[in-house]
Design a protein around this ligand. Structure first.
Ligand SMILES: [Zn+2]
Length: 636
């Protein structure tokens, strides 16, 4: 796997300490303590997993067949916030190392929280790793704020820099989960300590569209403008990049981690790796985390990379087996900026190697006419279970399929216990719409109550005239166009969830700005007082996702849409503040309504306000006996 793809049909490798000292026809004059006979097998560089999140083995199979945002924001992040700790990370990484060693991986690029625990577990297992301490703009399991996560990254890099197996790195999660300040600070940190920077770039069209919208340019130029490429960048995904962006990646010397299974499974697309390789970008192969793959099998990944490239190009000569294996070894090491020490079997490089048994029926027979036949065999026929022996940094990690540095049974037992606890947490959460809302970081305003009365009116003019009268003081007024989507659930006790898009209309009735928010309305807690609704719990949350996200996340049993034009006044009447709404329903049913409401905090207060609200209603020219108990969504 050197630059010239030298194949030694017969030969030896001499290893001293942690390094390879000779390869090929090395002669016989060696005084050696340990000789391993590998006849009938293939010795090749240990595989390089260029992008993963090792601790996520503990979330393997937790939530699948979901869209990226629902998967990430709805499941991964809430569970991570609740469960991720140094112990969780150590356990997950131990399990990942067991799986990686078994499948022939000796080097991986990681990005997670509590990265110290990842580095500790990888070093204990004897596996080489580029460990990226995550930095992002949200509260993370290991840092309440971005300043804390940046401080943690600095501290982590200082502690691990110079370790024989671990290369520490800052890992700004992605441009859309970071601020420009975070991106720059991480790049500065990487430059200051001369370590790589690990991030996700251009994974989805959504990300690229958002970048164009917010910054007027796609992801790669934007990131370049923030000086991120001052650092030696390892960029995972790069699915949606054009040729100009690929040239930029090449110019700045960034490495790319291609994650075909994850990109396919999450429906993100296929990275244009054939073009990248053609233009000389260092492209490695990664499995991504076990929650989106769902394994860390690099044999599977390189085979998929090869066949997928052919399928995409409608060209069977695209990405030959030899190049796919190079991506999974030497090119991957270069993409991680570790190409000087690992990725090939050459004198001077670390002794990171694997021995693969090619005698199994699925590998039989073998041809020797073409020296490239061995690449085909390894990429298209061999399985990760054919890996027999694994060495990293001159130390055996597996001999004869027996792990030497990791206690698999203990890790599996502990992992099953974590899965039980996560199951219980999610079962409980899924029972309550409110808990699910809280889980996505939603609820901005806690439970509140209101008194409310609503009547159908023949014309809005009388109401508007009455508001202008002496007895009512207008505090402020506004005009909106509102689009409501109501989600209903089978259990009425769950209440209903409303997704509302408000367009503020200016004096000339053109849209001044818009906002979206969610309201979870519980069933009425108390009987209505006459036609006045007394108590109802309401939770508000800013709606930062699309209605589609909420539909897929909350899985409502039914939904309805209501569109209306609303004129709103905040008024004072008899010393009490009320909201007066004059609503014109536009769809699905038309009609004009008057709604008067006030926030309240106690039953006594509600009863007092209920009396005044009826008076106000009459004052506005509506008849209390016309009050309706139905809601717009019920009328609709
Ligand atoms: Zn990732």
């Amino acid at each position: 796997m050197d630059e010239r793809f030298t194949v030694h049909a017969a030969g030896s490798i001499a290893i001293r300490g942690d390094s390879i000292v000779a390869v090929g026809d090395i002669g016989v004059d060696w005084d050696t303590a340990d000789t391993v006979d590998c006849r009938g097998r293939v010795v090749l560089p240990g595989l390089v997993n260029a992008h993963t999140h090792a601790p996520m083995t503990l979330l393997r199979g937790l939530a699948d067949d979901l869209r990226l945002d629902v998967w990430l924001m709805g499941y991964m992040m809430p569970v991570e916030r609740e469960f991720v700790s140094p112990d969780f990370v150590a356990l997950g990484t131990g399990l990942a190392c067991a799986e990686m060693i078994r499948s022939g991986t000796t080097c991986f690029a990681d990005m997670y929280y509590f990265e110290d625990a990842v580095a500790d577990a990888a070093a204990a297992a004897g596996v080489r790793a580029l460990c990226g301490q995550t930095v992002l703009k949200f509260r993370a399991p290991d840092a309440p704020s971005f300043e804390d996560s940046l401080a943690r990254a600095r501290d982590f890099i200082e502690r691990w820099k110079g370790h024989p197996l671990i290369v520490p790195a800052p890992a700004p999660h992605a441009p859309y989960t970071c601020t420009t300040e975070i991106l720059r600070a991480c790049a500065d940190l990487a430059v200051e300590f001369d370590v790589p920077l690990h991030t996700h770039l251009a994974e989805t069209t959504f990300e690229v569209d958002q970048s164009r919208q917010e910054h007027g340019m796609p992801v790669i130029p934007w990131v370049k403008k923030q000086r991120v490429f001052d650092a030696r960048v390892l960029a995972a995904h790069c699915v949606h990049v054009d040729e100009g962006e690929i040239r930029t990646l090449k110019e700045v010397g960034a490495g790319v981690a291609h994650n075909p299974t994850s990109n396919l499974k999450l429906g993100s697309g296929v990275a244009p790796i054939t073009k990248m390789l053609e233009l000389g970008v260092m492209v490695g192969i990664g499995t991504d985390g076990a929650a989106s793959n769902n394994d860390l099998d690099m044999f599977e990944e390189m085979r998929l990379a090869a066949v997928l490239a052919k399928g995409m190009a409608a060209d069977p000569t695209a990405l030959p087996a030899r190049q796919a294996l190079a991506m999974a070894t030497r090119l991957g090491a270069h993409a991680m900026h570790l190409g000087d020490i690992t990725g090939s079997l050459e004198p001077g490089k670390r002794a990171d190697l694997i021995v693969v048994d090619l005698e199994e029926p699925h590998n039989t027979p073998r041809f020797s006419r073409d020296t490239n036949a061995v690449y085909s065999q390894l990429v298209y026929a061999a399985k990760s279970t054919d890996v027999m022996d694994v060495m990293c940094n001159g130390r055996w990690l597996m001999r004869d399929r027996r792990l030497l540095t990791v206690d698999e049974a203990a890790l599996q037992l502990a992992a099953r216990d974590v899965a039980r606890r996560i199951d219980m947490f999610l079962i409980q959460r899924e029972q309550s719409v409110l808990q699910k809302l809280i889980a996505i970081g939603g609820v901005a305003e806690q439970e509140s109550f209101e008194v409310q009365v609503k009547t159908r009116i023949a014309s809005a003019d009388a109401v508007v005239g009455a508001i202008a009268g002496d007895e009512i003081t207008v505090i402020r007024s506004a005009h909106y166009h509102q689009y409501d989507t109501y989600f209903f659930f089978d259990d009425p006790a769950q209440g209903r969830l409303r997704y509302r898009e408000d367009e503020f209309l200016d004096e000339r009735d053109s849209v001044a700005n818009a906002r979206a928010r969610l309201t979870l309305t519980g069933p009425s807690r108390e009987a209505t007082f006459g036609s006045v609704l007394l108590f109802r719990s309401r939770f508000f949350a800013p709606a930062t996702h699309s209605p589609r996200f909420y539909r897929e996340y909350f899985k409502p049993a039914r939904e309805r849409e209501v569109e209306k034009d609303r004129r709103r006044w905040l008024v004072a009447f008899r010393g009490v503040q009320f909201y007066v709404h004059v609503d014109r329903l536009l769809g699905p049913q038309a009609g004009e309504f008057l709604e008067v409401k006030s926030r309240t905090w106690s039953r006594r207060d509600a009863q007092d306000k209920a009396a005044i609200i009826m008076e106000l209603l009459e004052h506005l020219g509506a008849r209390p006996e016309d009050a309706i108990e139905a809601d717009y969504v019920e009328l609709a």
